[in-house]
Structure formats: C-alpha cells, structure tokens
Design a protein around this ligand. Structure first.
Ligand SMILES: NC(=O)c1ccc[n+]([C@@H]2O[C@H](COP(=O)([O-])OP(=O)(O)OC[C@H]3O[C@@H](n4cnc5c(N)ncnc54)[C@H](O)[C@@H]3O)[C@@H](O)[C@H]2O)c1
Length: 346
C-alpha cells in the first residue's frame, strides 16, 4: 500500500491537513501515514529545519508527501520553509508544478457571465529552474554602485520534460490544445529555447493543437476569455504568477490545490495558500484547497474514481453554501470537513 508522509507545518496548515487526512482515510483506509512535525515550532525549539537524512527517507520510503503550509511571523527569514518546501522541490526533483484552474461554482468567479464550463484549465509550471534557482549575486552591496543579478536558468532537459509532461497529460486526458507561454520577444536566449523545444515536442503530438502567447497577453486572455484554454505550460516565474491569477478566478486561494510532481517518484501535494497567521487556530480556515490537493494525490496514486468523487463533493459543498466565512459561509474548518465526508457517504 502507498505510504504518505504528512507534514501539517505551521498555522492553518495543521487545521486543513487534518481535514484532508480524514477524507483520505475514509476513502482509502489502507493508505499508510507517517506524521512529521516539522515547521516553525521545531525550528525555534531545536534549531532544526529539516533533520539529516529525512529527504532521503522521503525519497526511498514514501509515495507522496502531503503538506499544509510553512511560514510563521516568528521566523522572518522563512528559513524552515526554504529548507523543507523548496528543499523538497529541488532535491526530490519535483519538476512539475501542477495547478488546476477549475471553477466549481460561478458565484465565486470575479468575472461576469463565466461558469464552470468556461474554466477548466490545467497549468504545468516548471518547478525546478527559471528564475528561482538563486543563481546570481550582489556586487558592491549597500552602495550607490550596487549591482544585483538574478539569472534565469533554462536547460534543454528541464524545458523539454515539462513541455512533454503537458502533452502527455493532454493526450491521456482527451484535451485538444496546449498553449505555451513565455516572453521570447524580450528574453531572446532562454525563451528562444522554449520556443524551439515546444515546436519539436508539439510535432510529436499532431492531434493536439499547439499555440503560443506571450505571458502578458496570456494574463489578459485568461481574464477576457478563459474558456479558450485547456492546458497551459510555462516557466517557473510566469507559472507562479499566472496560477495565482487563476486561483482568484476560480474563487480564491481557499479553493486552490496543487501538486509538485516527479512522475513515478515521491511527489508532494499541498494547498496553494500559506499558513495564514491572521486566522490560525480559530477554526476559520477553508479546508477545501487541502482537500482538493488530497484529491490530486489520490489521482496520482491511481485512485481516479475517488479523486473524482472528492472533486464532486467539494463542488456540492460550495453550491450548497457549506463553506467557511471567507467565502461568506458560517461553517468552521472541521464542519466543512464533515460536510465533504457526508457527501462522500463514507
Ligand atoms: N506553500 C506554503 O507553505 C506557503 C505559501 C504562501 C505563503 N506561505 C507563508 O505563509 C505565511 C502567510 O503568508 P501570506 O499571508 O502572504 O499568505 P496566506 O496564503 O497565508 O494568506 C493570505 C490571506 O488569505 C487568507 N487565507 C489563506 N488561506 C486561507 C484559507 N484556507 N481559508 C481562509 N482564508 C485563507 C489569509 O487569512 C490571509 O488573509 C508567510 O509566512 C508565507 O511565507 C507559505
């Protein structure tokens, strides 16, 4: 049976992951869990962010990591989040950041006349390269002559595997088109590589229509006419921004789940939101993003019907106002968990 490393983390991460695990246990009682109490408390008490050898254990002993959120005002450097979450992304080579933009209830979309049939997009964000590798440096720091360089890394291997993953997904899920987004008009080196590799890979999938938009145009088009998109593939920075735009279009970060995937290897699933210190510990956190991330994890593990059932149960809760206060509802975090479980009839 599959083994899951559960990392609730900080703040509301702990509250929402509890609800997600309830759903997982109800649907798949055979899954094995090991809980890891990592986060700000451990760092403040012991000075430890990521214990020695743990990343290797996750790699060898687990199928998935289910993570809440990391971040605490008492740790302004956020060093623990960097070591645990970014550490996992890079060290476990979780090169696909999978972020659905799926509208479940038209009332939560800020766009007019847009319903669930108009917004069902899967975004493939490259997750291990781009502008987030920390390559660069500062020269004459703190002086008037300071120079700060942040280099964007694009490797042939990295670009090809994320583009290929998007086409593979489209092929397997009956999607008919993929849009690649870059800024190759202004970024002539790295994004020219994206252009060339996209065309090469697209040629292998003649049944899938491929298109391209500069990222600034993509941002406008996502707002103007989201129904035109099925699958989007883009780099790390642009994917980060575009999927946050997508989160708002689908109803806010309380409804956005994500996967950090290395196909066939241990992969990490998490809600998109952070630890929300402003509402932590009050039962106000919306657990639906974490529950949707759990559904993505079920699908990754091959429990496709369970994943679909969770998505349907979450949609039904939204439509029937079984929601937390930030969406205008009256239910607490655990009451929303109860409502999802009741709709799953497990
Ligand atoms: N993946 C992660 O672990 C992750 C992601 C983003 C931010 N963070 C960290 O979280 C901390 C807080 O960051 P932030 O305030 O910028 O972002 P945040 O996502 O934690 O919160 C932003 C706003 O959205 C609300 N919110 C977030 N999730 C919610 C939910 N499930 N239900 C209801 N309301 C919700 C919060 O109350 C807050 O008003 C920081 O330390 C940050 O570094 C972690």
């Amino acid at each position: 049976m599959a083994r899951i490393a559960v990392v609730p983390g900080d703040g509301i991460g702990r509250e929402v992951i509890e609800q997600g695990v309830r759903v997982l246990k109800a649907l798949q009682p055979g899954l094995e869990y090991e809980w890891f109490d990592l986060g700000a408390e451990k760092y403040l008490a012991e000075g430890v962010t990521m214990p020695d050898g743990l990343m290797e254990r996750w790699r060898s002993d687990f199928d998935c990591i289910y993570l809440g959120a990391l971040g605490d005002p008492r740790v302004p450097s956020n060093v623990h989040a960097k070591d645990i979450l970014l550490g996992a992304r890079f060290q476990l080579d979780l090169y696909i950041n999978l972020r659905p933009i799926k509208l479940l209830d038209a009332r939560y979309c800020p766009l007019k006349d847009v319903g669930p049939k108009d917004m069902d997009i899967m975004v493939f964000r490259e997750n291990t390269e781009g502008l987030y590798t920390g390559i660069g440096g500062q020269f004459k720091r703190g002086t008037q002559d300071e120079v700060a360089i942040e280099a964007e890394m694009n490797t042939r291997k990295g670009v090809e595997r994320i583009i290929r993953a998007a086409f593979e997904y489209a092929d397997k899920h009956g999607k008919t088109k993929i849009c690649m987004s870059d800024k190759s008009n202004a970024m002539r080196h790295g994004h020219d590589l994206w252009q060339r590799v996209f065309k090469l890979v697209a040629a292998e999938y003649p049944a899938i229509a491929s298109s391209h938009l500069y990222v600034d145009v993509l941002a406008m088009e996502l707002v103007r006419h989201p129904a035109q998109f099925e699958v989007i593939v883009t780099n790390n920075l642009f994917g980060d921004i575009i999927t946050d735009l997508g989160a708002i279009l689908q109803g806010g970060i309380g409804l956005a789940g994500s996967g950090n995937i290395n196909p066939g290897e241990v992969s990490l699933f998490e809600p998109v939101h952070g630890s929300a210190p402003d509402i932590a510990g009050q039962g106000l956190a919306n657990p639906l993003a974490a529950i949707l991330a759990a559904a993505m994890m079920l699908e990754y593990l091959g429990f496709v019907e369970d994943a679909a059932a969770v998505n349907a149960a979450v949609a039904a809760c939204l439509i029937n106002d079984q929601i937390t206060p930030e969406l205008g509802g009256k239910l607490s975090t655990s009451q929303v968990g109860d409502a999802v479980l009741a709709r799953l009839s497990v």
